[in-house]
Design a protein around this ligand. Sequence first.
Ligand code: NAD
Length: 296
Amino acid sequence: MKVGFIGLGIMGRPMAKNVLKAGHEVFCFDFNEAAVEDVVASGATAVKSGKAAAEAADVVITMLPNGPNVLAALSGDNGIAAGLSEGKIFVDMSSIAPGVSRQAGQLVEATGAKMIDAPVSGGEPGAIAGTIAIMVGGEEDVFESVKDLLLTMGKSATYVGPLGAGNIAKLANQSIVAVNIAVLAEALVLAQKSGVDPASVVEAIRGGLAGSAVMEQKATKMLTQEFSPGFRINLHIKDLNNALTTAAEEDAFMPLTAVVRQHMSSLEAQGFAGEDHSSLLRIVQQLSNTVLGEDC
Ligand code: NAD
């Protein structure tokens, strides 16, 4: 298959390489020339614009930061939409607001092409290993026609519903993860303030109902105050903003998500937006006047 790939950042670069490894032809574009050169060294062809990628390809994938970036990449004389036509498929794998996905869908459908939204979870390690989970919205037969291509990048590709539904699933994922991390921080600080070793508490409860992938991946970072990303606070703020905007549009009640979004604002104000989201612990530590591992 001929695949256009636009957005070769932390996630897009290894994903494009996995598409290449599976034997597809890749036409890639990013503003970052070093990223393009790296993917070209793995066998891709560099093109000068989104339009050129779409003209050369059957399927065009984007992996961009947020909705405005996706709309910008689609638009204009050199944008992706200018190179799309009937029979082509546009797959946006960025995590964006579902309403913006539907807006992008209108730009794509005006060209005769089809669009699915297919955001992912699993982070950079999953993107490198080809084990990300992909959640898909759009027409089901369009999804089926690119499913094998998606599975060159991930271990699962699950159809959720119409266009935007993939991003609804992603926002659900991001809300659950954010609140889970925040309450893990509260529980560890509770143990510490009570004079009980937080590491022993993790050990004692990980096999029970409170055990989770979040606990497995984030408890050690919290216990050692090691907050290198991982998944950055500023990207998680973007996702929670999209979740809360969508909640407002749909009259959905999400107070826990809103509170954790506020914790993240405080981290941003203190200059920690580039840290891993496990640094939510900092807020609970500050307000409890303790640091895990000290004064226990
Ligand atoms: P990133 O910032 O590392 O990469 C984005 C890339 O897009 C950059 O290389 C940038 O130059 C390029 N870009 C932006 N606008 C462009 C345009 N108009 N044309 C061409 N290139 C353009 O971001 P990332 O971490 O790879 O994340 C991408 C998406 O995946 C985001 O929506 C993010 O929320 C989501 N995501 C990230 C992770 C993670 O762990 N990093 C995990 C799951 C999902």
